[in-house]
Design a protein around this ligand. Structure first.
Ligand code: KIV
Length: 277
């Protein structure tokens, strides 16, 4: 079913059932107005920990906290009625083990109304994914470039080239086997992304992967041209809102300094003598 025809948000099982079907559409969101704009167009919206870099000026996602994720997810949820909301588990909130992951995932779900959580990692996270899914927490996995691990991956490099492809395939199999209902493939060579998509029984969501994935996701501020500190190769800019916003701010500043704003239509007349206010 297309996102526009839907009356209520899909469940993780509905997303899973879209394997091999019409491509799943998703974007990140961090605020109510942005969520409202994408509600009719996206199957699911991810409150990504990219919020730390995009809205809070952090250099990586490592400083993002549970409190930040909860606050932004609550805002996003207020803007959604037709798209499912997935919320990222931030760095440090799940890696210790299944119990810690359950505690924090349950808090994210209970306090935000999320339909699912996303966490990064392949084979090393399989036990945790199985633990969560067995206890009522749907999990979207994330393999390939996992930004929370940039310090061990050595930066934001393409993952799975050459011999490393087998490792990535094993990671993808492991998260699917553990019960994830979908998996994000980030910065993975196209051929490998296609092979993973062909083999896995769950939808693959590409970001810097392949048009052959079962769905796509982008960081909304990247595709709208609002975040311009850098532009990964896989980002297509569908608008240049950052440039437009800066031009608007410059025009406002000029008019304030020239006393041409506010103009007559923006101010209030004095009350006529005897008129009630
Ligand atoms: O945090 C995020 O925005 C993400 C997407 C890039 C998939 O994880």
């Amino acid at each position: 079913m297309s996102a526009t025809a839907r009356k209520s948000a899909p469940l993780p099982a509905d997303i899973r059932a879209r394997k091999g079907g019409a491509p799943l559409v998703s974007l990140t969101a961090y605020t109510t107005p942005m969520a409202q704009m994408m509600d009719a167009h996206c199957d699911f919206v991810l409150v990504g920990d990219s919020v730390g870099m995009v809205l809070h000026g952090l250099e990586s996602t490592l400083g993002v906290t549970m409190e930040m994720m909860i606050l932004h997810a609550q805002a996003v949820k207020r803007g959604l009625s037709r798209a499912m909301m997935v919320v990222d588990m931030p760095f440090g909130a799940y890696e210790e083990g299944p119990q810690q992951a359950f505690r924090n995932a349950a808090r994210l779900m209970a306090e935000t109304g999320a339909g699912a959580v996303k966490l990064e990692g392949g084979e090393s996270m399989a036990e945790t994914i199985a633990f969560l899914t067995a206890r009522g927490i749907p999990v979207m996995a994330h393999v390939g470039l996992t930004p929370q691990s940039i310090n061990t991956l050595g930066g934001y490099k393409v993952q799975g080239r050459g011999d490393a492809g087998d490792r990535l395939m094993a990671d993808a199999r492991a998260v699917a086997g553990a019960g994830a209902f979908a998996v994000v493939l980030e910065k993975v060579p196209q051929g490998l992304a296609d092979r993973v998509t062909a083999e896995l029984p769950i939808p693959t969501i590409g970001i810097g992967a392949s048009a052959g994935c079962d769905g796509q996701i982008l960081v909304v501020d990247d595709m709208l041209g609002l975040f311009t500190a850098f532009k990964p190769k896989f980002v297509k800019r569908y608008a240049s809102l950052g440039e437009q916003a800066e031009a608007a701010i410059a025009a406002y500043a000029e008019e304030v300094r020239a006393r041409t704003f506010p103009a007559a239509e923006h101010v209030f007349a004095d009350a006529a003598p005897g008129a009630k206010s």
